[in-house]
Design a protein around this ligand. Sequence first.
Ligand code: SF4
Ligand code: SF4
Length: 223
Amino acid sequence: MQTPPRPVDLADDRDPAFQAEVARRSGQALASCYQCGNCTAGCVFTPDYDIPVHQVMRLVQVGLRKRALACRAIWLCATCQACTTRCPNNIDVAKVMDVLRHMARLAGHAPEPNVKTFTDSFLSSVAKHGRVFEAGLAAVFALKSGKPLQDASLGLPMLTRGKLSLTPHEPEGNGKAEVAAIFSRFRFAGQGASRCADQGVSRNSHDDVQRGGKPSGKTEDKR
Ligand code: SF4
Ligand code: SF4
């Protein structure tokens, strides 16, 4: 059973620069959030979050840096973008969650260590092979998470049905080199997969950079 979050105290560790920093990193107009709660209403993880997503947005607005960066919600977010789609103020809420997760890593917060371990293992696999090597990823994650037999019952059926390969299938042609160049661009090839996140580069920002532009916010206007 979850421990209910303690009430927000505005005098608690308030950092007036926090909102501006998150706004700069995400490219989103955070001040335009008027707490309608649409994002939380559409988020399938709301029952699992310690702080619902609209309240995470509020923590950012009022500058409660530690509360926002230490929460579990930003690690459980699946970046499904349901919140982004529902926001009447055109805020890319999922991108904000992404940026907060990256900032949390920089600040040393990882309240969901298995999520961090999985992300690191996934990116390490892609960096090494050019695409994810599922069997290797499963093995590395099982060992690092301290639960070596957790998914063992799934492995054999997947192997016998040809859904899992014991050897990596690397991209053909220049594919592997192109992936390596992406990792190199963010200066974390061969140094552990978490560095991309540690650069404060979100998936969306990364896509923008790949297109040769600056990180941008949500562009379509539903209103
Ligand atoms: S992107 Fe994250 S916060 Fe937004 S709806 Fe999906 S899981 Fe919830
Ligand atoms: S849907 Fe948009 S405006 Fe409404 S609470 Fe969420 S972020 Fe704020």
